[in-house]
Design a binder for this molecule. Sequence first.
Ligand SMILES: [Zn+2]
Length: 483
Amino acid sequence: MSIKSRITIAYARTKLSSRKVAEGVENPLHDWVELKVRNTFKQDPEFRKALGRSSLDEIDRKVFEEYQLYRFRKQLAYVMQNSYYYQKKYGEAGVVPEAIRTMDDLNKVPLTEPDDLAEEPFLFLCQSQSKIARTFSTSGTSGKNKRLFYTRDDLLNIIDSIAAALRSAGLLSNETLHIMFPAVVAWDPSLMLEGACKVAGLKSVVCSEVDVDEQMRVMKENQARVIIGLTSFIYRITILAREKYDLRSLGVKAIICSSEPLSEAVRREMEGAWGCKCLSQYGMTEMGLATTIECQEQAGLHINEADFMVEVIDPDTGKRLPPGKEGELVWTSLSFQGSPLLRYRSYDISHYIEPPCKCGHSTVGKIGKPKGRRDSATKIGLGKHIFPVLFDEAIMNVRGVLNYQLVLDKPSFRDRLHFTVEFNGDIEQGKVNVLEAILALEEIKSGLDNDLLDPIEVEMKEVSNDFTPKMKPIVDKRRRYDS
Ligand SMILES: [Zn+2]
């Protein structure tokens, strides 16, 4: 590393709040969020005025909500001044930043659609191009790519969030993070994580090998203590490795499952194999990825509410829903300066969980484990909408299953379900077990009883040498009148 880049990193490090939280505290994420609120209080007279206080002893939920509303107003004024999109959209809607005083007032601010971002990403840009340090692209539903712009401070913010989340999972600065995303992923989260660790002063090693022996060698050699990676990829390595290695003896403290939903069936298998907690992480590229992580309680994912506001809305009316009610997650970036998004629709279904949490968090809330995208729900037979996660729970629960795909068809008046299952072990017995698990699902049972489904087809496939990430769990080939 050159002297110049060393100095740059050393300087960047001084700006990270996560470095200022003492090592070994009970709840690093909690302390980190509080620190950020206190910093704003110290540095920003407007916030002190909004709060009507000259000192800040305790940060309770009320103070925290005031902090969020204050940051929201500030961000709202910022985008209305600097982004063409928001200037026009909010100007026409008559939005006045100062009028947003309660959480209910947020209903006055129109939602941002992902398609608008895909259509005209430059309209969201709030800074001159020379200030942009990095651009991220992510595919949109309309086929066009969404582009996000980040300044140097935005990137530091993302790094800080990542570091805080890793510490919350138990990673100490003298321990190694093992990063495992398959190399075939279109964009590479490994590089970003590795870079973030470098700046934050955490040790990490990247291993994208499909080969189980190689994964084990790298893990042992570097004494990996926390693993982070693509859920299905870690799962695959786990199932294949546990036959040859004593995974519990490796001393891994936690596994963070990223980028894909973590079903309880998969969690159970992995926790049993490694002898440690398996934590789910959920984030959106549009929000810089590191937005939520599960705590040791495993009852919802804590949100980095110092930098993001999460709301749950009724997807049909667009109105805010109270905590506990299931709906669509809507995100606001409270900190980004490059192209911050306000009240951005995720189309992901979940619910909000208010603090406190048994882990000790008293200020920030959680979201329930996201069920999947609203448009990933499928109707089978005459049943109600079901999410792929339903089949995950049933099929991944069968010992030996590595992955599966369901193809839906309608050759006659009945729906036909064809499952292809990648399996390790006795194929014949595996097939019997998989079929049994599927037939036990209430939705399938009633479909068959009412003659709305063809007999369920299960095709078993032996373990292959390559790994296809995000194998679409459900492919729907049925013709519909509305498509
Ligand atoms: Zn918690």
